[in-house]
Design a protein around this ligand. Sequence first.
Ligand SMILES: [Zn+2]
Length: 143
Amino acid sequence: MDDAEKRRLKKFGKKLVEQQSRELEERLREANPAPIGSDEWARGYRSGIEKERQLRAAPPDRLTADQVQKDFVLLPVDGEGLGSLFGVPTWYYECPVCGDVLHSVPKQSVACNCGNLVIDIEAFQVASRSIEQVRLVKLKGRA
Ligand SMILES: [Zn+2]
């Protein structure tokens, strides 16, 4: 690799990082659109945190796309494969077809509404007809 190539890659990497944080920023603004620091924002922040707390206290095996849309914004978990079933209690799998999300640590085997995404806890398997489009996500509470 010559110096020009190194510089090019460094620039490219920086750009990627910037894009990711911009994307994250947009998601967070979507979760709580009030001006940052305002009273409304503070109220929204607390209500979002409360939704996340309730979710952590009693995580459902499945949240429908409507429930997700109403109370949460999805934050993609980058750089994680889909292979590990018993991942992290705050992580969910999103069905790319119907938008339901399944808990990555379900209490029992579970499928999304359209049947495209299935977690079989006896087979230790996450299965989907479009597995490459399944996203691992965290749920950020809406204001
Ligand atoms: Zn589905």
